[in-house]
Design a protein around this ligand. Structure first.
Ligand code: NAI
Length: 695
């Protein structure tokens, strides 16, 4: 077997990429030797758009390493044949389905392969173009050198903790040795991916070159004498590592409220592995991953990752050929307020031309100022260069006058939340736009079907809801709201567009509040009713922070605006009845013009935009523990989710969970309201069960 593989894989220098490629077309990787005696291992998964490490790939890698050990070339370079991916990490499907024994087998197989690469006698390099994450970066870390292309698609990172696991193919051991313990901890705990230049500043990458020079530059660097690496003695020693471990653990426990065990396991493994025996540290990586793999946190985070991947490929009517549909290339946004400006900035940042229209010059100018600020922050965060930001701003055409929209493929209305205003705007849009122009509204809760049947509306089949979330640049979710009139072609065109601009769509049926606001509102409203019953707002918010929400419900109401939340609640009360009845405290606060953060006061007081006041230290209030209170409030979201599922508002429970996590930050480690309900009803071994509690 090995001999056959060696014969098939190793081609004579002159045959590189010719007959051999045909012979090995089902292979996941190919080995060639150049006339300069450089071995090149090319990752080229035949069945997937991304290279991933499944067991077959690891087997082939072991065989290729054996071949390299026999051939003893002058150097070895790893490359990828994929246009914008080096290696996207481990194949999560095989990890998710694996029992403990199989998982251990896969961990050991990967660790062994990368250890063998690290032990090769010749110099080795990873020539990285495109995404190099998880296991991909762990392979690169086992090489002597890492050379990355300066392409925008090149990103390096170890995102495992975001999935409830940790790098266990040597990443937790080799990264701190390469860049020092503090920087490595930060990279692993944040799960961030870095652009090539940033990775070079951190010391992960040795050189950044244009993509077309990657192989040549790698060969040149490999011929040089070995690089001398900084040893990081000051941080990577037992005493410093113990201190760093203690303080990082304390900080993480406080921030994550003990909800993310993978972070704590990673701190242990990375800090203890920064010095001492590599073999022992690899053992610790393996044991920690095996411990984590049985927990509901890991299962839920992995599931959410898979659901996001599913949303990226979402089709509503798969029989429709995408190639037959007109693409959406030119757009317009009506209303230059918070959402209109946010949507405009996002579209132009994705290189989509957009007209931004509001009723007068002052409002258009204010909207453009918001857009400018958003681009400024993208430049600060190194998402765009200053020059790129300027070019993208040039794609915006601001207008205070009615303009022809005949050439627009999509118009997104983001004017005030008032059905009568929106009806007038849509009647006007029908006159100004082409018959094939899709007309979308960003309404939070108003019935879109009523827009379709309003006076002056033509071609209601091209009307949809495109509900972006605030802040647009940070929120990945877009609810694509369809009515009985919406045509399947329009839905497919919109879905393709949402994917194109890098957002994740969930298709929902038109109904007041759609999906996310419908499920969120009863929870927010009940938090207000508890305040009516003299519960301390800080206690309520702390309870939900402990539960894992990014913000308590009352702080969230202040953030959204009590007036805005009030409008949404009124719409929903008309449709669904008393459970959407506004609490007295919100009526009182809005009567006194306390609208939340924007007016300086709501449930909290604000100074310079920041909430002031002590956070609650109580663990029990009014006879209730924080856990019981959280269980009650989150239980309302479960109930509403079940209602939405039964009414067919969303396609399935997975879409509801994904939408709630992406749209509201519903504790990701709990997997969304419906996954949380399932876990409560049948907790996996090792997870404690909370009794359901109602007030
Ligand atoms: P906003 O009040 O900040 O902006 C609305 C803008 O629309 C104003 O600049 C106004 O001058 C303009 N406008 C009013 N009538 C117009 C017309 N006939 N033609 C052109 N422009 C007109 O409101 P915001 O917050 O941006 O909300 C816009 C829409 O997005 C609403 O339907 C809202 O429910 C929805 N939404 C709001 C979210 C939020 O967090 N603010 C989140 C998601 C949706």
């Amino acid at each position: 077997m090995k001999d056959t593989l060696l014969r098939d894989q190793v081609s004579a220098p002159s045959r590189r990429g010719g007959q051999k490629a045909e012979a090995g077309k089902n292979r996941r990787l190919h080995l060639d030797v150049t006339p300069e005696n450089l071995a090149v291992i090319t990752f080229a998964h035949p069945d997937k758009s991304a290279n991933v490490f499944d067991e077959a790939t690891l087997d082939e890698l072991h065989l290729a390493i054996s071949a390299v050990e026999c051939l003893k070339p002058g150097g070895l370079v790893f490359v990828s044949s994929k246009p914008s991916i080096f290696i996207a990490g481990a194949d999560l499907d095989s990890l998710a389905d694996a029992n403990q024994e199989r998982l251990e087998h896969l961990i050991v197989k990967g660790q062994d392969a990368f250890r063998r690469i690290a032990d090769l006698p010749m110099p080795t390099a990873a020539a990285i173009h495109g995404a190099c994450v998880g296991g991909g970066l762990e392979l690169a870390l086992a090489c002597d050198l890492r050379i990355a292309s300066n392409d925008r698609s090149t990103k390096l990172g170890l995102p495992e903790t975001m999935l409830g696991i940790l790098p266990a193919w040597g990443g937790s051991t080799r990264l701190p040795r390469l860049i020092g313990l503090p920087k490595a901890l930060n990279a692993i705990l944040s799960g961030k991916s870095y652009a090539a230049s940033h990775a070079k500043n951190l010391g992960i990458v040795d050189a950044v070159v244009p993509a077309e020079r990657l192989l040549e530059a790698s060969a040149k660097l490999l011929r040089r004498s070995p690089v001398s690496r900084k040893r990081h003695f000051a941080t990577n020693n037992f005493v410093s590592a113990t201190g760093i471990r203690f303080f990082t653990r304390r900080r993480v426990l406080e921030k994550s409220r003990s909800n993310y065990p993978a972070l704590l396991e990673a701190i242990e493994v990375v800090c203890r592995g920064a010095s001492g025996s590599i073999a022992k540290s690899l053992e610790r990586e393996k044991d920690a991953l095996l411990r984590l793999s049985g927990t509901s946190e890991t299962r839920n985070l992995m599931r959410l990752f898979r659901l996001q991947e599913r949303a990226k490929k979402l089709r509503y009517t798969p029989s429709i050929q995408l190639a037959d549909l007109d693409p959406i290339e030119r757009t317009a946004v009506i209303g230059a307020g918070v959402m209109g400006a946010g949507i405009t900035q996002w579209l132009s940042s994705r290189e989509v031309p957009v007209i931004l229209r509001d009723i007068d010059r002052t409002r258009v100018a204010a909207g453009m100022e918001l857009v400018r600020k958003l681009f400024g922050s993208a430049v600060k965060k190194r998402i765009l260069t200053r020059h790129e930001a300027m070019l993208r701003m040039d794609l915006i055409h601001p207008s205070a006058e009615p303009v022809s929209l005949q050439r627009c493929d999509l118009v997104i209305e983001a004017a005030v939340e008032d059905l009568e205003v929106k009806k007038k705007i849509f009647a006007d849009l029908c006159k100004r736009s082409g018959d094939n122009t899709i007309l979308a509204t960003n309404t939070s809760a108003l019935p879109i079907s009523e827009l379709c049947t309003a006076d002056g509306i033509t071609h209601p089949e091209r009307i949809v809801g495109l509900h972006f979330f605030n802040p647009v640049s940070r929120m990945k979710l877009v609810e694509v709201v369809i009515t009985d009139h919406t045509s399947p072609e329009v839905i497919e065109r919109v879905l393709a567009f949402v994917r194109e601009i890098g957002k994740l769509p969930v298709v929902v049926k038109d109904s007041p509040g759609f999906l996310v606001n419908r499920i969120l509102m009863p929870y927010l409203i009940e938090a207000g009713h508890l305040v009516d019953r003299e519960y301390d707002p800080a206690f309520i918010d702390e309870a939900m922070l402990d539960f894992g929400m990014p913000m308590g419900p009352l702080r969230l109401l202040d953030e959204v605006g009590l007036d805005v939340a009030g409008h949404v609640a009124v719409t929903m009360r008309e449709a669904f009845g008393d459970r959407f009845e506004l609490p007295e405290c919100i009526h009182e606060l809005t009567k006194e013009e306390h609208f939340g953060r924007k007016s300086g006061r709501g449930f909290y007081r604000y100074e310079n935009g920041k909430a002031i006041g002590e956070s609650a230290k109580d663990t029990v209030y009014g006879g209730l523990s924080r856990e019981q209170l959280a269980d009650h409030l989150a239980g309302l979201m479960v109930k509403e989710s079940e209602g939405c599922l039964a009414e067919g508002i969303a396609r399935d429970a997975e879409d509801i969970d994904l939408a709630m996590v992406l749209g509201t930050g519903f504790a990701p480690f709990r997997g969304g309201p419906l996954a949380w309900k399932d876990d409560r009803n049948s907790p996996p071994p090792g997870n404690s069960k909370t009794d359901h509690f109602t007030i």
